[in-house]
Design a protein around this ligand. Structure first.
Ligand SMILES: Nc1ncnc2c1ncn2[C@@H]1O[C@H](COP(=O)(O)OP(=O)(O)OP(=O)(O)O)[C@@H](O)[C@H]1O
Ligand SMILES: [Mg+2]
Length: 327
């Protein structure tokens, strides 16, 4: 159920990293002035090609990165600069991350039961039979059954999909309100990607979870995302309901993304539209997409476009978004 207050809100968020260049240390801004809001029970799909800043943005929400500027509110609290184990612990219980590589996040010498029960014990304070029952229940919730057999297995005995289900169960053990899922299906066998996405969708309804769903793949973003935010070079190019963006993309970059994918997320539809990596250095001017854009003009090289409404709940950061140009 949605309340007026978003669960996660970012305002003009900037993440900056130092990089060594021949001219000395410079800064790149892989997240450069990004604003969005997501309610519980809602999915914001973050799409964009490799290097567009999706993971950096997702990680900033759980404060694996500390923003250089801007504000992050979680459940109404400003968490932009929270420090210390206690406050960061609170944040990371509210927002869990699920990563691309489920194997990397599991310890090979610990059984599924050990992985989960340690978390349930710590975060739900259960012991003995109640702990075992809750652990079995978690396994059932993520579709790992029979749970009494799955609880005994070790990571190497599981398929990629099963491992990702364990990773999702671990996230749930903390009873989060929100999940940042960073490409959770892209390393999995094509045949089971749909099942994992359906699971995430079911959990959304069952636990009223909110998600930032990070993906290269517009078709899965359309399936799972209520809304979509298209990033390029750390800036928002377009945002709106997924259905509207797919049906009538307003930004030339989104149109390029759409034309470069087959649209079938059961197939491998990695976006590979880059001719060269975009300039991320601080102080860049104009639209970051201008040098690749088929309709760019002088103003695009000079002025950074702001997000402007192009429909109800649909906005694009393009100087020419309202011109009827087809690419
Ligand atoms: N800790 C870091 N230090 C320096 N640069 C970084 C760091 N983390 C990310 N970057 C740079 O920030 C940019 C954005 O990276 P990010 O991983 O957020 O992109 P992405 O959209 O998630 O890409 P992919 O689709 O390949 O996962 C890249 O140029 C990357 O090299
Ligand atoms: Mg990434």
């Amino acid at each position: 159920m949605q309340t007026d207050q978003p669960f996660v809100q970012a305002i003009d968020l900037v993440v900056r990293f130092p990089v060594k260049t021949k001219q000395g240390t410079k800064y790149i801004t892989p997240v450069d002035g990004v604003s969005f809001a997501v309610h519980t029970g809602e999915v914001l799909a973050l799409v964009g090609e490799s290097g567009s800043g999706k993971s950096t943005l997702g990680r900033a929400l759980v404060r694996f990165n500390e923003p250089a500027a801007g504000t992050i509110f979680v459940d109404g609290n400003d968490v932009t600069h929270v420090r210390g184990q206690r406050d960061l612990g609170t944040l990371r219980r509210q927002i869990q991350m699920v990563f691309q590589d489920p194997f990397g996040s599991l310890n090979p010498v610990r059984s599924v039961g050990q992985h989960l029960s340690a978390l349930v014990r710590k975060h739900q304070g259960l012991r003995g039979d109640a702990l075992r029952q809750q652990t079995l229940q978690l396994l059932e919730t993520v579709g790992l059954s029979p749970a009494s057999e799955m609880i005994l297995k070790y990571p190497h005995e599981l398929s990629g999909g099963q491992r990702q289900r364990v990773a999702i169960a671990r996230a749930l053990a903390v009873k989060p309100r929100f999940i940042v899922a960073d490409e959770p299906i892209s390393m999995l066998d094509v045949s089971i990607r749909a099942d994992i996405l359906k699971l995430l969708n079911r959990l959304k309804r069952e636990f009223d979870l909110g998600y930032v769903y990070i993906t290269h793949d517009l078709a899965s973003a359309k399936y799972f995302g209520d809304r979509m935010m298209v990033l390029y070079a750390g800036q928002v190019m377009e945002t709106g309901t997924s259905a509207e963006i797919i049906a009538s993309p307003a930004h030339p970059y989104t149109r390029l993304l759409l034309s470069s994918t087959s649209g079938a997320w059961s197939r491998d539809t990695k976006l590979n539209t880059s001719v060269e990596a975009p300039d991320l250095f601080e102080g860049r001017r104009g639209c970051p997409f201008a040098n690749r854009c088929p309709i760019s003009t002088e103003v695009c090289l000079r002025d950074r476009p702001v997000l402007r409404a192009v429909g109800a709940n649909h906005a694009a950061a393009c100087h020419h978004a309202d011109e009827a140009i087809t690419i």
